[in-house]
Design a protein around this ligand. Structure first.
Ligand code: PMP
Ligand code: GLU
Length: 397
């Protein structure tokens, strides 16, 4: 008999990935499912990046790479951090990984011991919680509801800190809510963090370029906490490169070298061709993303307008990323055809079965009143999906 480790037995499957798998299976059975479950741009990688990859292959970039990434890529990432975020990093503070997901796992593995507490503002991205658990850490969830635009404040952070707190992990723009922290809001968090020099904060800024309002602000911009912040970024979202697998950190040197060591045992450096292509991406002026960001913004409007027409649904106005995270708790207790909805899990399954639209339950993101809609799909697809959601929800009595 095969006995799996407790570590794996107590690990939840990624809900985003599970839901996209489920919709793929239903499609394979011939069902006309629309998947708004996975946070993945529906654009193709820009030509100039693909050209860099083709050139890399022709130039035989096919060998093992340095574990933390090619030197010229790390130098280009430093220049990107300076250009876009005003952050100063040297190449030895940069570690390139097989996706931002691995970057986060590396940092958590490097810093968290059994019993260390990690503050995770909710709603949070699914994988933070499970990565912390695998490392033996204790996730301490601090909830921010829709009435505070899903953003925590300094007082909430302060109240959650104990002598065991070792880390905080959050994202801005946020997956799943699309909320964006302003400079003042980040300063308020920094004012608390600065008093607790044991706490390292992972600031996940992978959606920085998908921002419809204000300029993106990085937590590491504040000199008094710069040396206790790890900035996460990557090419998956802005550059439509989800399948290429490349993320990176800008971090204090000790943390960067610890991540280098962890990665050297787990995976080594990420794909050589991807790294050459990523140089083209991080060196490019983000202005070229303008049209994509515009497209996301008009999709946001489309989804918000459609949600506003569904009685019982309450949505915030996301400022970034490509998600809306509406509160659907008004449907709890309602039924259709013998199915009673008691939770966001139930509602997402009901919308999948009855409306043939795949969304992700808010429970996976630490908010049991909401569901996540990814609007990284064409306006035509979104229009049809929102129509189906409205009809399905309208049947619940
Ligand atoms: N952080 C957040 C907030 C994300 O939404 C994602 C999406 N997968 C990741 C990290 C991981 O990205 P990557 O594809 O680079 O692993
Ligand atoms: N980050 C994306 C999401 O939240 C991709 C899926 C994943 O990596 O979990 O849907």
């Amino acid at each position: 008999m095969i006995e799996l480790s407790e570590r794996v037995k107590t690990m939840e499957e990624s809900a985003t990935i599970a839901m996209s798998r489920k919709s793929r299976e239903l499609k394979a059975e011939g069902k006309d499912v629309i998947s708004l479950s996975l946070g993945e741009p529906d654009f193709f990688t820009p030509e100039f990046i693909k050209d860099a990859a083709k050139k890399a292959l022709d130039e035989n970039y096919t060998m093992y790479t340095p574990v933390p990434g090619y030197d010229d890529l790390r130098t280009a990432i430093c220049a990107k951090f300076k250009r876009d975020n005003g952050l100063t990093y040297t190449p030895d503070q940069i570690v390139v990984s097989t996706g931002a997901k691995q970057s986060i796992a590396n940092v958590v593995m490097s810093l968290i011991d059994e019993g260390d507490e990690v503050i995770i503002p909710a709603p949070y991205w699914v994988s933070y919680y499970e990565i912390v658990k695998v490392a033996g850490g204790i996730p301490v969830v601090v909830s921010a509801g829709i009435e505070q635009d899903f953003k925590i404040n300094g007082k909430q952070l302060e109240d959650a800190i104990t002598s065991k707190t070792k880390m905080m992990i959050f994202s801005t723009p946020c997956n799943p809510t699309g909320s964006v922290y302003s400079k003042e809001e980040l300063r308020e968090l920094a004012d608390v963090l600065v008093k607790h020099d044991r706490i390292v904060t992972i600031s996940d800024e992978i959606y920085e370029h998908i921002n419809f309002g204000s300029k993106h602000e990085s937590l590491a911009q504040f000199p008094d906490i710069y040396d206790r912040v790890v900035t996460i970024n990557g090419v998956s979202k802005a550059w439509a490169m989800t399948g290429w697998r490349l993320g990176y950190i800008g971090a204090p040197k000790e943390i960067a070298s610890a991540c280098n060591k962890v990665q050297g045992q787990f995976t080594s450096g990420t794909c050589s061709i991807t790294q050459r292509a990523a140089i083209a991406a991080v060196e490019a002026d983000p202005i070229v993303l303008k049209d994509m960001v515009k497209a996301f913004e008009s999709r946001r409007e489309l989804v918000l307008a459609a949600l506003a027409e569904i009685p019982g649904v309450k949505a915030n106005r996301p400022q970034g990323a490509f998600y809306v995270f509406p509160d659907i708790s008004a449907f709890f207790g309602k039924s259709f055809n013998g199915t009673t909805i008691t939770s966001a899990d139930d509602l997402s399954m009901y919308i999948l079965n009855e409306g043939l639209v795949a969304l992700v339950t808010g429970e996976a993101f630490g908010d049991a009143n909401c569901i996540r809609i990814s609007y990284a799909a064409s306006e035509e697809v979104l229009t049809e999906a929102m129509k189906r959601i409205k009809v399905a929800l309208g049947k619940l009595q």
